[in-house]
Design a protein around this ligand. Structure first.
Ligand SMILES: [Ca+2]
Length: 157
């Protein structure tokens, strides 16, 4: 008899503790932010104005003769048709080159240009912003110098 009573007590305790543990209906009172929502609180972003990041397009890689190089980021786009802000900057330059980002004319515009000071490979990054998100794209431009024969490519030292 005592054993039976003890079992009943265990069952009773189990039921009580079980019901206590289950008491707060699993996170539903919190708006369903339960599973995995223990970290940073649910992002308070405005769902009705979700932004789509822009897509930067710095133009196609190419080889050009030494002279003014045009940069064309007009192929960049934004799915929301947000107005875009542009910024061009050099990622890498020929070792002999002494030009800097400030030598990029209209470097905050979709259409910009610069004048290389030496031949070699110039890599220029376009960063496009829609005011919320940004996107980057890099264009590689190899600048060469035509020899007198019109075919030879020589390095300008
Ligand atoms: Ca956008």
């Amino acid at each position: 008899m005592k054993a039976v009573n003890r079992n009943r007590i265990f069952v009773l305790i189990f039921l009580i503790t079980g019901s206590i543990c289950a008491c707060p209906p699993p996170d539903e009172a919190d708006g369903g932010a339960g599973n995995g929502g223990d970290g940073p609180s649910p992002t308070p972003e405005t769902p009705s104005f979700a932004n789509t990041a822009p897509e930067a397009d710095a133009g196609t890689d190419r080889n050009v003769e030494l002279g003014e190089v045009r940069l064309d980021g007009s192929g960049s786009s934004d799915a929301d048709d947000d107005p875009l802000a542009f910024s061009w900057e050099f990622v890498s330059l020929p070792a002999e080159s002494a030009i800097t980002n400030s030598d990029i004319v209209d470097r905050e515009e979709a259409l910009a240009y610069f004048t290389p000071d030496v031949t070699g490979v110039y890599e220029i990054r376009l960063t496009v912003s829609d005011g919320t998100d940004t996107s980057e794209n890099t264009v590689r431009i190899e600048v060469f110098l035509l020899g007198t024969s019109g075919t030879a490519i020589i390095r300008l030292e």
